[in-house]
Design a protein around this ligand. Structure first.
Ligand SMILES: Nc1ncnc2c1ncn2[C@@H]1O[C@H](COP(=O)(O)OP(=O)(O)OP(=O)(O)O)[C@@H](O)[C@H]1O
Length: 626
């Protein structure tokens, strides 16, 4: 006898144990979803085998018709769900039915944990929304038996558990490949032994399944792939269920894009944009989740060639008859026909998104908050689509509280304004109060507030919109004089101040030395005494910070230009002191130079250049003032 031939008993992974406690103990209205979950698994198993059979036809020999059979036994109080899909061997069972594989289940546990912390109790009702895969069987059963045989293998196995911490695996008999799940129904779940109930549940949740789901001779579902049906025949409810199934998601689709394209390469796409951010949206793999089918046969998810990574929030299916079935997944990715599909899909999605942006601006704000940061990656990666992507981009700005488009911005530009001004930083609330904005605000010139990390990067690639260059207000000179804005009272006095400020500038320059690239009088400040900016052609402060954080920039960074506000009362007093005969020995002036520099750094979210010296100087200056 082989090592695995006898009955073995195992404990569930800790998380599974915890989940099972919750599942088994919960008496809630949505228990019927157990059937959705088990039928969904059966359908996935058929899909997987159909793919494997392309290159290994012997796996399906004798039985090419995939199906899922449900049978009820009122006497024995069992429900059986049987499929002739790929099946599982001993190791598969051990790996999958004792651990938590699915993202949804992990997410469910996480929400429970959060609930625990927030209000001391968990929201168990969410279980229906999430579904917990296979384990939901224990909501209605006090024992679950799984008899399964993997396609191409001879041995069959019985997995069995009462959901109380342990499960067993032992050799079994099964005359063909596939899996049979038998649920021993709990006393309080007898309703599920009625045919009408089962019929209704399948129709509600599993109508979209592409294989026949049968109860005796009767097929309960539509049994044709949902994407092959006419768009107008599909109800919102059916879309929602299919989306949940295909995306393993729990929210509702925000937008559905379903169409058939006939041409050099023909295909059908049924794509969904989620209404909330999927969990892995910002993971470094940037994986796609649209499933590729060739003539109804599931080939692969995460086909890098199918859609650009900046559309990785899309879920759904693309099915083409024109791709070759019998080439490998890897080769498929470089197929020129796939590239054609990709171009077509990308444009279609952009068109639909734009329509929505125009027709439903409020809804669009939510979409943009969810996925804008991802879409903007497209500005870097898809040069040919840049203009079309810019059209759907939205920004917060110094004008109003909502999102603005670039067209809005350009339409509001002031007379004499040549550039689209922006400020980038990590924290939207902080940059909205940045000193750099003062002069712009005073003149009523709108500035875009960019706080997604990706903003700094696409700004390196996109130089203009409709002929108007983008200009960072934290870099280079700010010549606001040429722009006709709302008149400010300070504007006229500037010349008088200019003369007396020169000696102060010289003194600060002398004192700070190489710490700054230059010191100059500012045109952008109205309230704050100082700010730091990057020289034209140098790297923007925020970009430098981002690169450093990601280890892509070493060293101390580039020296900045210190701008001082000639109209500020304190600056004027300092300018007076700098004009005195013994200014060279004025220690307060020297300390002030450093303190001004540090103050500008702090306003940028940095720490003082030398925190200890900063403390000493601050104390000295305060002391002399008291
Ligand atoms: N009928 C079945 N035939 C073959 N394998 C199955 C079957 N049912 C479950 N499995 C295996 O058990 C695993 C766990 O199933 P479970 O429903 O808990 O999560 P999942 O289906 O993987 O999750 P998700 O739906 O998020 O992909 C499946 O991934 C699959 O490998």
């Amino acid at each position: 006898m082989s090592e695995t031939a006898a009955k073995e008993t195992y404990s569930f992974q800790t998380e599974v144990g915890r989940l099972l406690d919750i599942v088994a103990g919960s008496l809630y209205s949505n228990r019927e979803i157990f059937l959705r979950e088990l039928v969904s698994n059966a359908s996935d198993a058929c899909d997987r085998l159909r793919y494997l059979a392309i290159t290994a036809p012997s796996l399906v020999e004798g039985d090419q018709q995939f199906r899922i059979d449900i049978s009820l036994d009122a006497k024995a109080k069992t429900i059986t769900i049987r499929d002739n899909g790929v099946g599982m061997n001993h190791d598969d069972l051990l790996e999958t039915l004792g651990t938590i594989a699915r993202s949804g289940t992990a997410a469910y546990l996480e929400t429970l944990d959060k609930g625990d912390k927030k209000n001391g109790k968990s929201d168990l009702s969410l279980i229906g929304q999430f579904g917990v895969g296979f384990y939901s069987a224990f909501m209605v059963s006090d024992r679950v038996d799984v008899v399964t045989r993997k396609a191409g293998e001879q041995e069959a196995w019985l997995w069995s558990s009462d959901g109380k911490g342990e499960f067993s695996i032992e050799p079994a008999e099964r005359d063909e490949r596939g899996t049979t799940v038998t649920l021993h129904i709990k006393k309080d779940a007898k309703e599920f032994l009625e045919e009408t109930r089962i019929r209704h549940i399948i129709k509600t949740y599993s109508d979209h399944i592409g294989f026949p789901v049968k109860l005796g001779d009767e097929t309960l579902n539509e049994a044709s792939a949902i994407w092959t049906r006419q768009p107008k025949e599909i109800t919102e409810e059916q879309h929602r269920e299919f989306y949940h199934h295909i995306a393993h998601a729990f929210d509702d689709p925000w937008m559905t894009i379903h169409n058939r394209v006939e041409g050099v390469v023909s295909y059908i796409n049924l794509l969904y944009i989620p209404s909330t951010q999927p969990f892995d949206l910002f993971e470094p793999e940037r994986k796609g989740h649209v499933k590729l089918y060739v003539n109804r046969v599931f080939i692969t998810e995460d086909t890098s060639g199918l859609l650009p990574t900046w559309l990785r929030f899309l879920r759904g299916v693309v099915d083409s008859e024109d791709l070759t079935l019998n080439i490998s997944r890897e080769m498929l990715q470089t197929d020129p026909k796939l590239a054609k599909i990709r171009t077509g899909l990308t444009k279609k999605v952009l068109t639909e998104i734009k329509k929505k942006a125009e027709k439903k601006p409020d809804e669009y704000e939510t979409f943009w908050s969810n996925f804008g940061a991802v879409v903007k990656e497209g500005l870097i990666e898809d040069a040919t689509l840049r203009d079309r992507i810019l059209e759907i981009c939205r920004f917060t700005s110094t004008q109003g509280s909502g999102q603005v488009s670039l067209a809005d911005y350009v339409g509001r530009m002031k007379e004499g304004q040549e550039a689209i001004y922006y400020i980038a930083g990590e924290d939207a609330a902080k940059i909205a109060h940045s000193p750099h904005l003062e002069g712009f605000k005073a003149k009523g010139i709108e500035v875009l507030l960019l706080s997604d990390p990706v903003d700094e990067f696409w700004m390196q690639h996109v130089t203009e919109y409709e002929g108007k260059p983008f200009k960072s207000i934290t870099r280079g000179a700010a010549d606001l004089d040429a722009i006709k804005g709302e008149e400010t009272a300070d504007e006229k006095k500037e010349d008088d101040d200019a003369a007396s400020i020169d000696s102060l500038i010289a003194a600060i320059r002398q004192e700070l030395g190489a710490e700054v690239k230059d010191v100059r009088s500012s045109k952008r400040l109205t309230e704050s005494p100082v700010c730091l900016i990057a020289d034209e052609g140098d790297m923007d402060v925020n970009l430098e910070r981002l690169l450093k954080r990601h280890g892509r920039l070493q060293g101390g960074g580039m020296p900045r230009i210190l701008e001082i506000n000639p109209g500020h009362a304190m600056v004027k007093k300092l300018a007076n002191r700098a004009g005195q005969a013994d200014a060279e020995n004025d220690s307060l002036l020297k300390d002030a130079a450093h303190l001004l520099f540090d103050q500008a750094r702090i306003a940028d979210g940095e720490s003082p250049a030398d925190p200890v010296e900063f403390g000493r100087r601050l104390t000295a200056v305060m002391e002399s003032a008291l």
